[in-house]
Design a protein around this ligand. Structure first.
Ligand SMILES: Nc1ncnc2c1ncn2[C@@H]1O[C@H](COP(=O)(O)OP(=O)(O)OP(=O)(O)O)[C@@H](O)[C@H]1O
Ligand SMILES: [Mg+2]
Length: 370
């Protein structure tokens, strides 16, 4: 009897020990994750502080016609620095702060003047371009085509028919953006806006594992959000700014997959086209502003439509018209190639000649053709 009790006690002790060990392991893993997050957060905080120092010199109250009440309204709407006002349009300020158009113009002009937003020398521009990060696609050929990868500080748009790999590239970039610079990343977190319900964490998991990364950490650093309609999609962009500015999340890549699906289904028919384009214009403007203000990469996927006006070559054209074309810094057309491969073609980029490359999609992610 006594022996049995001792045995039961011993078993209990052993069980507790195992539980303790598991708890300890979990806690140390959590601690490690937190430490990693902290390092990234600290780096970003430094950058935010630097920015604050630059903008601190002039407060928006110093602008003509901006009293305390107007300044408050402007701040609430996110116009809290000279730069944000200098790049705003009079229409935006009239709508938000209830200013007359003449006052709005005067404010913007003064902000531009104070910001010394005139010409920059070639060297200054080169210096700015030096800070641009590049995110690898995991295919050397594709990276070479893009002169290193997809760039921060701008919008990269990939368009192509169904199954051409737009979503797969988005998943791969969401993993790679988190890598250190030497490995083709920008050491940042990712916001993944999914408007079609095609984001697959299990794909991210296998892509991360193939690079010997911890899938839990990688998935932790990607904030997925499903966009339910075009208004919601637009609102999410403001929310991302909030995450960067107020919650200090070091977001370095924003994926929008896909840009046009809601806009296309909500605005049907010729009569609604100008309304749609107006809204789309604001959306693109917001995305570009986000990319340039926080030096982050925006990756957009876009659908295609048949263009009957093209008789020779591939008659597919991206949807969204000039508004999307102008805001995108780099446009890439992807299509299915021979034997299950994919072909990417750079269509419109200021620093890349029009050229193409082939790659493939594997269980591990985007890869070169062997
Ligand atoms: N685990 C995997 N292993 C290998 N190939 C895969 C895997 N998952 C997806 N693919 C390939 O990726 C293709 C789908 O690509 P993707 O979803 O990126 O297309 P898309 O351009 O986003 O299309 P859509 O316009 O429909 O959104 C599939 O047809 C398949 O060939
Ligand atoms: Mg897709």
């Amino acid at each position: 009897m006594v022996e049995k009790t001792i045995l039961v006690e011993k078993k209990k002790e052993m069980k507790e020990e195992i539980v303790d060990k598991k708890l300890l392991e979990k806690a140390s893993q959590k601690l490690e994750e937190k430490r990693d997050e902290k390092v990234i957060v600290l780096k970003v905080e430094e950058k935010v502080e630097e920015k604050k120092q630059i903008n601190k010199e002039i407060s928006i109250e110093e602008l003509p016609g901006v009293g305390a009440a107007t300044a408050e309204k402007l701040r609430e709407a996110g116009f809290d620095s000279m730069l944000s006002i200098a790049v705003a349009s009079p229409g935006e300020l009239t709508e938000i702060a209830g200013l007359t158009e003449a006052t709005a113009r005067k404010i913007i002009n003064t902000a531009r003047h104070k910001m010394d937003m005139g010409f920059v020398s070639g060297n200054e521009l080169l210096e700015k371009r030096r800070n641009i990060g590049k995110i690898s696609t995991s295919s050397k050929a594709f990276d070479a085509l893009l002169m290193g990868g997809i760039e921060t500080n701008g919008i990269t748009e990939v368009y192509g028919e169904f199954g051409s790999s737009k979503t797969q590239i988005g998943h791969q970039l969401a993993v790679n953006a988190q890598l250190p610079k030497e490995q083709g990343g920008v050491e940042g977190m990712v916001c993944y806006i999914d408007s079609e319900g095609t984001a697959r964490p299990e794909r991210i998991k296998s892509m991360a594992e193939s690079l010997k990364l911890d899938p839990i950490k990688i998935l932790n650093n990607i904030k997925f959000i499903r966009a339910f309609n075009s208004d919601h999609q637009m609102l999410i962009i403001n929310k991302i700014e909030d995450l960067i500015k107020n919650e200090k999340l070091p977001i370095k890549l924003v994926v929008v997959d896909s840009l046009m699906s809601h806009f296309r289904s909500e605005y049907v028919g010729r009569g609604t086209l100008s309304d749609r384009q107006q809204k789309l214009n604001k959306h693109m403007h917001d995305l570009l502003k986000l990319a340039e203000t926080y030096n982050l990469a925006v990756y957009l996927t876009n659908q295609v439509m048949a263009n009957p006006a093209i008789f020779f070559g591939d008659p597919t054209t991206p949807v969204g018209g000039n508004i999307v074309a102008h805001a995108s810094s780099v446009r890439i057309y992807v299509r299915k190639g021979k034997k299950g491969t994919r072909v990417a073609r750079v269509i419109d980029a200021p620093h890349i000649p029009d050229s193409e490359c082939a790659f493939r999609i594997t269980e591990e992610g985007i890869r070169d053709i062997e």
